[in-house]
Design a binder for this molecule. Structure first.
Ligand code: DQA
Length: 153
C-alpha cells in the first residue's frame, strides 16, 4: 500500500484595516451586526469547509498593515484584505499589495458594504487595480466568497 504524502494545509490571512475592530457596533445598518470575534469564528468555519486554515488580524495602523503584507509576500501567503478607508487613498498599501500580487500570490480585496453605491470618495479604490479580484457588498458573506475563490487558486 503506497501512502500518499499528506498535503500541507494551506493558510490564508484575512487582514482588516482601520475601524474594522469595531464591527458589530460601528454603523451596523451599513456594516452589519457581526462583531470581530464573530467574523473570526465564521472565517475559521468557512475556511475549514474549503480546506484552508484562516488567520484574521485587524489593525488601525497603516505601517502594521504594510508589514503584514510584506510578510505575506515573503511567505507566499494568500490574503483576503479589507483595507477599509485605506482603500480610497493609501498608495503605500497599494504598493505593498502590488508587490505581493506581482510575485503571483493571490490577494482578494473585500468590502462588507458596496463602496460603489456610496459617497463619491468611496467609489475610488486605489487597491482594486493591483488586487487579484474584488468582492464587495455582501456583508460578512464577502469574506466567505473570497475564501471560496482563493481555495480554487
Ligand atoms: C469598507 C468600506 C470603506 O469605505 C470603509 O472605510 C470601511 C469599510 C467595507 O468593508 O465596506 O471602513 O471597507
Amino acid at each position: 500500500m503506497s501512502a500518499e504524502p499528506r498535503q500541507a494545509i494551506r493558510t490564508v490571512w484575512v487582514l482588516n484595516g482601520p475601524n474594522l475592530g469595531r464591527l458589530g457596533s460601528r454603523e451596523p445598518e451599513i456594516y452589519g451586526h457581526v462583531d470581530e470575534a464573530g467574523l473570526r469564528g465564521l472565517v475559521a468555519t468557512w475556511g475549514e469547509a474549503v480546506g484552508v486554515a484562516v488567520r484574521l488580524r485587524q489593525t488601525d495602523d497603516e505601517a502594521q498593515l504594510i508589514e503584514w503584507l510584506h510578510e505575506a509576500a515573503d511567505g507566499a501567503v494568500p490574503v483576503i484584505l479589507n483595507p477599509a478607508a485605506f482603500t480610497h487613498y493609501s498608495y503605500a498599501v497599494r504598493d505593498a499589495v502590488a508587490d505581493l500580487t506581482a510575485r503571483g500570490v493571490p490577494l482578494i480585496e473585500v468590502h462588507l458594504s458596496n463602496p460603489a453605491s456610496r459617497e463619491a470618495f468611496r467609489q475610488v479604490s486605489v487597491i482594486s487595480e493591483v488586487a487579484s479580484g474584488t468582492i464587495a457588498g455582501f456583508g460578512v458573506d464577502s469574506y466567505r466568497l473570497a475564501l471560496v475563490a482563493l481555495a480554487g487558486t
